[in-house]
Ligand binder design. Structure first.
Ligand SMILES: Cc1cc2nc3c(=O)[nH]c(=O)nc-3n(C[C@H](O)[C@H](O)[C@H](O)COP(=O)(O)OP(=O)(O)OC[C@H]3O[C@@H](n4cnc5c(N)ncnc54)[C@H](O)[C@@H]3O)c2cc1C
Length: 502
């Protein structure tokens, strides 16, 4: 190892201070390792789990971030970082699908009573056919589309699953595999669906105890800034990009001009990018360039006024239809009152939701609140282009079309940011690509490429998973332990993982 050529030498170089990098750092620190460094191109910790603040004081996460933890170790760490009861708000999941001008409670299939009779029949006929197909099927479905039709039938597929999933993934369901769904997703109960329809009943939302908690202050990003604070600050270097990797000699070239040599690297940069910054990794580029991902646009809207009853306690909402560009909307001000400026903050009205009405309101004087906010997500890919310049205007029109905003509502703040890597797509060839890329990087170059885009497995790419993927990569480097989350997604997702790793 050409350590002499480097300015610093560490045992473990962690690239990225998102949840994965922080999980790795946390585990090294717990094991009393001091010779590691975390480098991040951004100014602070959090990665895609960060929070932006608009000039007017509205907070927006990178789309709807809700924690559904599978791991006690993860819970311990975030509880240590935000230990006080008033660090968190606890909410019931209140979620709907916008369909045929109705708010259909999620899960959609259990609540089709809300739909017109023609669509109820379409759904039930499809489910009957699907049950027959399932009873005869000898092979697994070949792609996500076949899986949808087999589990739910063509009615639910056409009304919700196909259009909604295209809006989310920006990839047709026929071009996605279905293994990522795991074995755990059961077909909806035909008996329950028919009985609900005949009795004109809705099954309601998720059922009892379906709750989640959200940080009181600083949004989701506040969690990760607080986790970073529990670690020695001298182990972090922010505002610094890894620009080049001399993979044979294990030396990283940083944007401040310095070089760091390492024994092992845990890289959370996208797998399709790491191969581009190292000449030794050139042979892997043809594979990594074929990895499929979509970009995510986050659009935020801050509104003056009392939260209207039509919004109530809604948390997040799904939009399969084409009357709005977004696939999901989050009533972000319902997660914490501190996600909005307080009522005494005076702001000018930028426009009314329908801009043609703006001349009817005072847009020159700063006036007080209260305020509330909506956060929208729009996906983009080559197969699903987006008119980026007009996206805010189209989104606001979509909010009117779907009944979330009234034309005369006063908008006091808007936000739009594109995240080039948003969703790692479970494409039909993903597993064959990962089988080449991940072992080659680890075995030949001591690079553990891990995390949402480091290891590209969507089914284990939420915050809890990513954090544990980081923890487990350290245990693999130091002890040769199995990386359960990365290797056995079904297992970790089907149980409560209670190891404390003391
Ligand atoms: C739209 C959306 C919705 C989501 N919803 C949820 C949800 O509801 N619940 C949930 O738990 N999770 C959710 N997630 C997932 C969550 O954001 C991820 O689990 C998490 O951020 C992944 O962490 P990571 O560390 O692997 O990667 P990232 O968060 O992407 O962090 C990678 C870090 O590496 C840094 N980096 C990259 N390249 C370099 C380089 N060359 N040099 C230096 N630094 C570099 C980046 O700056 C970044 O900080 C969502 C994500 C998105 C995009």
């Amino acid at each position: 190892m050409a350590q002499s050529a480097a300015d610093r030498s560490v045992d473990v170089l962690i690239v990225g201070a998102g949840p994965t990098g922080l999980g790795a750092a946390k585990r090294l620190h717990q094991l009393k390792h001091t010779n590691f460094l975390v480098v991040d191109a951004q100014a602070e910790a959090g990665g895609l789990a960060s929070t932006d603040v608009t000039p007017e004081g509205f907070l927006f996460d990178v789309g709807g971030h809700v924690i559904f933890s599978h791991y006690l170790y993860f819970d311990d760490c975030i509880n240590e970082a935000l230990p006080k009861p008033d660090d968190w708000y606890e909410h019931e999941r209140v979620s709907y699908v916008r369909s045929f001008d109705q708010w259909v409670p999620y899960p959609y299939q259990n609540n089709i009573t809300m739909l017109p009779v023609e669509q109820q029949v379409q759904c039930i006929e499809g489910m009957i056919d699907a049950a027959e197909v399932r009873s005869r099927a000898a092979t697994k479905p070949a792609n996500f589309d076949e899986w949808i039709v087999r589990m739910m039938g063509t009615g639910l597929a056409d009304l919700f699953m196909r259009p909604y999933n295209f809006k989310v993934w920006a990839t047709p369901t026929t071009e996605m595999q279905c293994e990522w769904l795991g074995e755990r997703v059961a077909a909806p109960s035909l008996k329950l669906v028919v009985s609900n329809v005949l009795n004109k009943k809705t099954a309601g939302n998720w059922g009892p105890n379906a709750t989640f908690r959200f940080p009181a202050r600083d949004g989701t990003g506040g969690i990760w800034k607080a986790v970073a604070k529990t670690l020695p600050q001298e182990r972090f270097q922010f505002d610094t990009k890894v620009e080049k990797i001399d993979a044979s000699n294990k030396v990283a070239h940083l944007s401040d001009g310095s070089k760091v040599s390492y024994r092992s690297m845990i890289s959370t940069m996208p797998l399709d990018q790491i191969t581009e910054i190292s000449s030794e990794l050139e042979p892997l580029r043809s594979t990594s360039r074929e990895l499929v991902f979509s970009s995510t646009h986050v659009i935020g809207v801050g509104i003056r006024g009392v939260l209207p009853p039509r919004i109530g306690d809604k948390c997040w909402l799904y939009f399969p239809e084409d009357d709005c560009p977004f696939y999901r909307a989050t009533v972000f001000s319902n997660y914490s009152p501190y996600n909005c400026p307080q009522a005494d903050v005076k702001l000018k009205t930028m426009q009314t939701a329908d801009p043609s009405l703006s001349s009817k309101v005072d847009t020159t004087t700063e006036r007080g609140g209260p305020y509330w906010s909506l956060m929208l997500e729009v996906s983009q890919s080559k197969q699903k282009p987006v008119d980026e310049e007009n996206l805010i205007a189209e989104s606001i029109q979509g909010l009117i079309n779907t009944g979330l905003l009234q034309p005369e509502d006063e908008i006091v703040s808007t936000y739009h940011r594109k995240f080039y890597h948003g969703y790692p797509t479970p494409s039909l060839v993903r597993e064959s690509q990962l089988k080449v890329l991940l072992p080659e990087l680890r075995e030949k170059y001591s690079i553990w490429s891990r995390g949402r885009f480091g290891s590209y497995r969507y089914e284990v790419a939420n915050q809890d998973h990513s954090f544990m993927v980081g923890v487990e990569s350290v245990d693999n480097i130091l002890f040769g332990a199995n990386e359960l989350t990365l290797e056995y997604p079904d297992l970790v997702n089907s149980r409560r993982n209670t190891e404390r790793r003391l």
